[in-house]
Design a binder for this molecule. Structure first.
Ligand SMILES: Nc1ncnc2c1ncn2[C@@H]1O[C@H](COP(=O)(O)OP(=O)(O)O)[C@@H](O)[C@H]1O
Ligand SMILES: [Mg+2]
Length: 313
């Protein structure tokens, strides 16, 4: 059973007061998230990330398609109880302290008093908030607020965590802290799905990503898969004494300090050369697929999509 299963999900919003129009936010997206997986939904502003999460958390209804959380509909109570949600810009009443706020959210889940007390202590410690547990939230930095938001999302010890742009607005320290928190939750076996438009954040933590562009998923896969699929060739680095050997094979090389680099287009060719080099007992210094950066991949997909819609498809 997958933690999350989305098939052909569609959603449009009504807009305009006089002339009624609709904005299409999701144009039939499909993806699934396995239990224990960390999944990144990557997309520009307005791509449909928040809409997807609102549907998953049962806040809004889909216009079409199918959504399953642990095999249940999002409005099933069991599904709801299995989810923790950190909204995009969480707003907390500024006069509350972290303890009061967590007591309030815990109350919504009918968690028994003693258990809730222990849970709050545990979360304050996990998120390094113990020192500030009785300080009003109004005094908190964005990074601290985000940690309070994480504590709130974890209050019911959910199996699935949905985090909408958790890194946005954080400074590098806050970002690193949050990354570590997400990684530690991943180690505890939680299923985590989060959105971002910051590609490097996704690269660090995710097992798999989906690239969402204007309501369509254009790619899904592990970061490695996405990059290798688009690799523009393979580089084999050998020590400089292999120059003649390479030349004799009719191959080109570029010198690089005390080594040389042979670039091959095709994986089979690269494999063949590697084998031959091993047989020849040459020293192989490195073998690297020449990868495009995730940033380039994202822009490439975006341009392709823009061209498609301008082309009238
Ligand atoms: N409540 C709403 N009413 C009308 N349009 C909306 C509403 N929420 C989102 N949209 C539109 O739907 C599209 C997707 O928005 P959203 O899901 O918030 O994207 P993201 O979170 O990726 O930035 C955007 O074009 C946005 O303007
Ligand atoms: Mg959003």
């Amino acid at each position: 059973m997958n933690a999350i299963e989305i098939k052909d999900l569609r959603k449009s919003y009504p807009t305009g007061h006089i002339i009624r129009k609709r904005i299409t936010a999701l144009r039939g997206i499909s993806f699934s998230v396995k239990k224990g997986e960390t999944f990144g939904l990557l997309g520009h502003n307005g791509a449909g990330k928040t809409t997807t999460f609102k549907i998953l958390t049962g806040l809004i209804f889909p216009g079409g398609g199918e959504v399953k959380i642990l095999d249940k509909s999002p409005d099933d109570l069991e599904a709801k109880n299995s989810i923790g949600f950190l909204p995009e810009n969480p707003y907390f009443y500024t006069y509350l302290t972290p303890v009061e706020l967590l007591q309030f959210y815990g109350g919504l889940f009918n968690i028994e008093r003693k258990k809730l007390h222990d849970r709050i202590e545990y979360l304050l410690d996990l998120l390094s908030l113990t020192k500030w547990k009785d300080t009003r939230i109004g005094k908190f930095s964005k990074g601290m607020l985000q940690r309070v938001g994480m504590a709130q999302a974890l209050i019911n010890d959910p199996e699935i965590l949905i985090l909408d742009e958790p890194m946005t607005g954080l400074d590098p320290v806050g970002r690193k802290e949050l990354k570590n928190i997400i990684l530690s939750l991943k180690e505890k076996g939680k299923t985590i799905i989060f959105s971002s438009h910051i590609l490097s954040d996704v690269e660090m933590i995710c097992d798999r990503v989906a690239i969402l562009i204007r309501g369509r998923i254009v790619e899904t896969g592990s970061i490695e898969e996405l990059l290798v699929k688009r690799s523009t060739g393979y580089e084999i680095e050998l020590t400089a004494n292999a120059k003649e050997w390479v030349k004799n094979k009719g191959l080109e090389y570029s010198p690089s300090g005390s080594s040389i680099i042979v670039t091959l287009k095709d994986f089979g060719e690269a494999q063949k050369l590697l084998k031959e080099a091993v047989n020849e007992q040459l020293e192989i210094l490195s073998f690297i697929p020449r990868r495009v950066m995730l940033e380039d991949l994202f822009m490439e997909e975006y341009r392709k999509y823009e061209k498609d819609i301008r082309g009238g498809s």
